[in-house]
Design a protein around this ligand. Structure first.
Ligand SMILES: [Zn+2]
Length: 396
């Protein structure tokens, strides 16, 4: 039986077991069971999974403040060729006071620091409000778990634990995938004038893509768009395709909804489309299946969000983190999108804070310093005790 003492040693051992348990999106059942067991050993209440397989556990508050939720996710991205890693991706080896492996920073290190940091409250004086620790499924593939949890969240305020080098984060750009389908008329490539080649319209469209309007949010910068995947319906080199699909990756800022972005792109498409060709611009939707067997259509987008720097939750988090770490905070935004976008879109208030260097996420050098884990446990403990009531005091 593993140690379940909420100290750094226990947290590190837990993190190693998490890394050694592979948990690709849609295959998080084993790691969910591991986390539930650990929460039960630590004394969490109401430990369980919801319909889609998200893990939840609670520390009881005394009812004097609103509940607070901590959140990370269960899944990770693929490792590619394991032989190309400096240390085995599922080995969780410790070298130079760092734990190495897939998920060390995204997101098993932050997950362990939330579960163990909050567990320090168990058996002591009750916090003012209930504290929930949650870890959701399929964050890396569209936020299936977060979308589900956001429909009926146990708390409105949420600490999103994505790696932030122990700095408070208040938002990020979002992502909207756009599927551009252009239909022409397929003919033999030796008589191109008798057909309609959709690649010609695409070429015109891409050459003028920089003209499309982009919104700017000061703190997040301008939105951007990049063409990524391109497919045609042909495998022959001597046939003009009838249909092509181009995917565009739009990183949006607040105010740029799916509809706004699609309308801007459609306006350009209307100007460049060749006679005889037709075009459709849509936000693709994918059927996702959770490990519990729930099937749901998930649009390929991730909302943007931004809380003001003087938002009571951000100010409270900054003050508590500075106090716990004895260091000035640099409140900033993330470069990538998180499940915080789904929570914010549902009217919740996400504040970002996690251990580890986010620049190592999705790389073969993924590792986390034990010192970061220890510090994050301290801050999470402090947040669990005071964040909700502190933010409410600032609000009123
Ligand atoms: Zn993540």
């Amino acid at each position: 039986m593993a140690s379940a003492h909420p100290d750094l040693e226990g947290c590190t051992g837990f993190l190693q077991r998490l890394i050694r348990t592979e948990s690709l999106p849609g295959r998080e059942g084993e790691i969910a069971a591991l986390i539930r067991d650990e929460m039960e050993r630590l004394g969490y209440l109401d430990v369980g999974c919801d319909q889609v397989g998200n893990v939840l556990g609670r520390v009881a508050g005394n009812g004097e403040a609103d509940p607070l939720m901590f959140n990370t996710h269960l899944d990770h991205v693929d490792v590619g060729d394991p032989a190309a890693w400096p240390h085995p991706p599922f080995g969780a080896e410790i070298h130079d006071d760092r734990v190495w492996g897939r998920g060390a920073v995204d997101i098993k290190g932050p997950l362990a620091a939330q579960v163990y940091g909050v567990a320090r409250l168990i058996g002591g004086p009750a916090p003012p409000g209930d504290v929930w620790v949650t870890a959701v499924v399929q964050e890396e593939v569209g936020g299936v778990g977060a979308r589900h949890l956001a429909r009926n969240p146990p708390a409105r305020r949420v600490v999103v634990g994505e790696p932030s080098r122990l700095q408070v984060r208040r938002g990020h750009r979002g992502r909207i995938a756009v599927l551009l389908k252009i239909l022409g008329r397929s003919v033999h490539a030796s008589v191109p004038e008798s057909g309609v080649n959709p690649l010609i319209s695409l070429g015109r469209f891409l050459s003028r893509l920089h003209e499309v309007e982009h919104s700017v949010a000061d703190e997040l910068g301008p939105s951007t768009v990049a063409p990524t995947l391109l497919e045609t319906d042909q495998t022959s080199t001597n046939v003009i395709p009838a249909e092509i699909v181009q995917i565009l990756d739009w990183r949006n800022v607040p105010g740029e909804t799916d509809e706004v972005v699609l309308a801007r792109l459609r306006a350009l498409m209307d100007e460049v489309l060749e006679d005889g060709a037709t075009a459709e611009l849509t936000n693709p939707v994918h059927e996702m299946v959770t490990y519990t067997g729930v099937v749901s259509p998930i649009p390929e987008n991730n909302p943007t969000y931004l809380l003001a720097e003087d938002h009571p939750l951000i100010e409270a988090a900054r003050a508590l983190a500075e106090d716990a770490l004895g260091e000035q905070q640099k409140v900033d935004v993330w470069q990538f999108a998180t499940d915080g976008g789904h929570f914010a879109a549902a009217g919740m208030e996400p504040v970002g804070f996690g251990p580890g260097d986010e620049r190592l996420a999705h790389t073969r050098d993924e590792h986390i310093e034990l010192a970061q884990l220890a510090a994050a446990m301290d801050v999470n403990e402090r947040f669990a005790r005071e964040l909700s009531s502190h933010a409410t005091t600032l609000e009123t």
